[in-house]
Structure formats: C-alpha cells, structure tokens
Design a protein around this ligand. Sequence first.
Ligand code: FRU
Length: 526
Amino acid sequence: MKMTKEQKYRLLEEAAIEEIQQLESLVHQSRWRQGYHIQPHIGLLNDPNGFTFYNGKYHLFYQWFPLGTDHGMKYWYHLVSSDLAHWEDAGIGLEPGGTYDSHGAYSGSGIEKDGKLYLMYTGNTRDEQWIRHPYQCLAVTDGEGLAQKIEPPVIESVPTGYTEHFRDPKVWKDGTDYRCVIGAQRENLTGTAVLYRSPDLVNWTFEGELQTSLPSFGYMWECPDYFELDDAGILLFCPQGLAPENEKFRNIYQSGYLLGEPLASDGQYFSHGEFIELDYGFDFYAPQTTLGADGERILVGWMGVPDLEYPTDSHGWAHCLTLPRELSVHQGKLIQRPAAGLKSLRGKKVPFAAQLINQHRSFQGVEGTSYELEFSICPIAENSAIDETDTFEEGVFGIEFRTGDMERTVLFYDASNGLITLDRSQSGAACSTEFGTTRSYTRNPDQLGQSITFRIFVDTSSVEIFVGDGEATFTARLFPDSASTGISFFAIGGSADFEGAFWQLDSDGISRELPAEIRQRAKKTE
Ligand code: FRU
C-alpha cells in the first residue's frame, strides 16, 4: 500500500514503536533476506553514500528510509569493514530533519581531511507548495556515531540555468584544492553534471558545467562520480530518460560511464568516448567508488532501480547493495572484478569438471542458496583435427541455478555469436516484467570460440555474474522459492569442457537485529 506524503516524510521519532515492531516482524518472516549482502534491517535501502577508506577501515553508508518501502525521509545508515566482506553495523550515520535537510539527507560522498571524515551531501527540503529546494551540506565525523552538521550549507542555492533537480555531490582532492561534481538538470530539461572547486571543503566556487559531448542525453543525471584510473578520466553517472536501443538501456533508468582524457585541473572540458552501461543486469543503479587501502578503485552499487515495485515490498524491506568490485581499465573499457577480500567468505571448496555433449549435468555438493561459483566453459571443435574447416561456433552452453520444480534462472552463452544472456523469466516471484525478462551482452568477435569463464555470486534473492576476467557484469534480484537450490550445467547443440569450483558463502557478519537505539527513537504509546 502506497504511503501518503505525510507518512513518508516522518522521522523515526514520529513513528510509534509498534509500527517499527510490525516492520521487524514482517522482515523476520521474509524468505528473501540476504545472507552476505548489505540490506536494511527494515524499510528501504537505496544509493551507497560516503564510501571512504578512513583511519584504516572502509566506511560505507546507504540511503535509508526506515518506515516503509516507498522512497520517503532518507537517513544515512553506516557500516564499517576492514576487508570489504565482513561489515560492522555502525547505526545511523547522518540524520535528516534539520532546516536544510528537512525532507531527507540525500546522496553524497565522503573525504578525509585533517584526520576527520567529511560527508558532503544534498539536503532535500520542500516548501509549503511542495517545491524542492536542494542544499549541498557538509557534516563531519570521526567515524563513529552521528555526523555533526556544519551549517549553513556549503552550497546554498542552485546556479542560474538549472532546475531543483540538483544533487549528489561527489568530492575529490585535486592538488591542494577539492573539486566536486553534482548531478543536475538544465532549465531546458536535459541532464548534465556541474563542477565546483574549494580550497577547504567549506567555500565552494561554481566552475561551470562539465563539458561533455552529450548535450542532450536524458532529462536528469543522478549520482555522478569522477575519478582517474590507469591514466584515464572516468565519469560515472545515471542518466534518466534514455530510450531503449536494441539490447541497450533496457532498465527504467541507466547507470554507465564515459571514459576519456583526465580533466585538466583548471578545466571543465571532458574529451571522452561513448556512454557504456556499467552492468548488463536488471537491478543496478547509483554506484559510488572510493580509493581502497592499496590505492585500488572500489565500486559499490545499489542492487535496485528507482520507481519500481519489488516482491519484498510487502515484507517490510526493499533492496540491498552490490558486492564491492575492484575497477581497472582495459582497452578503453572498465573491468570489474569482485573485491579480493570476498574470498574470505568462502567455505569448503567443491571442485567439479565434466565434458558435456548435448546434455544437462549436476554435481554432488554443488547446490544451495548462498554461494560462489567459478567455472570455465571450453567449447570443443566438431572435428578433433584442427584444419581450416574447423568451427568452434556450434552450441549453446550455460548454467541453470536456483532450480526447483517450477523455477530456474538461466545463464547461457551462444558460442556462434558470442551472445551471453541472463533469463529470469522463471526465477520465481515476478519482478518488473514490463521491462522484459532477459538481458544480454555480446562479446567481442575476436573472442569467439575461445573458452569463457564466469564468477557467479548467488545469494538468497540475488545474483551477480562476472563475465570473463570482469569484461561484463550482470546484477539481478531473483525471488525464488527457498527449496529451489539446484544447479545444472548444460551443452546444447555442441560439446564443451566445464571445469570449476563451488563454495558455500558465509554471512557478512552484520547483526540481523535492528539496533535497540533505533527502536527506542520511536514513540512509546502511553
Ligand atoms: C538516486 C537518488 C539520488 C538522490 C537519492 C535520494 O537513486 O534519486 O539522486 O540523492 O536517490 O534517496
């Protein structure tokens, strides 16, 4: 049931304790709670925020509306980790409800300065006419408890030429200055990103628009993130309003990147290639990156998209974050690999290998609801003697997982054209089927006939697939029955060698209980 505006824009203090307890009890009964992904105790999670390596630990926050699964009053919920696999619950990190964030502490980023962690975020406010007035705010923390807001906001108004859709500052250090990029909508209702510069994180000067070669590319750009990696300048952003083009742009909103020359320190001009989607799955949005402990670039995304209903909405919670991924650049494209620390979640290794010829095959001990699978498929040429007529181009190979009596999720690779497809049409409870039930990615023609590897992370209600050595990813929520635990590999119309390993994955260590401090914020009935 949709909430009214008044219900959505309430603070925890305005809720009755019974309301929180009711959500907790719904969540406890949910059969789709994740095992090792970051998820909200109750309510709705969206964008990752403030992702920073600070004082020897990773700090990661997420947008959180505690009181329901609509988008309402947003808090920042805080988690801390040493290895990007196990997380400590650090409670609410930033709370809305002040003069400049009366209607939500919206997305933003973190940066260390003088030994403190600064959070720059969008304070969302609405006036009596429900017109939005965004402020770019600063708060500071030593990594524990609630961040202290520094008032007044550091950017108090929207510059001329842009609408009220002006948000999600991502800040970085540039020489002795700081710069930030903010998602914006021009008055002509096209999306863009703008740049600001500051010597101290408090005084910001508007530099102008980030000048790209996409003057009319959707109506709003959310959650921009600029960084440099392997000598390239990279802008991640989420354009809204792109029309689907064949296999591209199939989700309600997109998330992708431009890769080009690093931005000049004193310039706004960005010379770049085409817009490339970051992920080929159904549920991926608003990613944010940080520099890791060893200078590596780590990305975390929201495993969801805005404005759609999800099967857990009636269970008192919605969405989770993706696993952290390490980025690199290869041939002008971003490569994403699971963060190295995730191997620490692995249980006992179960190896498997078989040659499959027009058949399905399962392996003992290779099944479950929370696991990692790593395997290669090596298509076998029809004639064993290698000659000119030899073809490797026959056959469709793949895996069915979360299989049960009536359910299966299918990932298949068509060796004749390099097409890789994820099919969730039979994955269980339906999820936004109006946007289709398959997603595909096509490999480069020069990879045809070669073997292909996959690393697949399945959790109770999701899958993340890393293709090859990270050349593509598919991220999707799945809502199967808990009894659908099967896995089978298949070769159709050809033969291939399958070889790999399976690991049960442990939980991420986060307590499943809502911290008492949060429950206690709610009103006790007299
Ligand atoms: C993206 C987004 C951001 C905004 C936040 C609010 O999902 O709409 O633009 O800051 O969510 O929760």
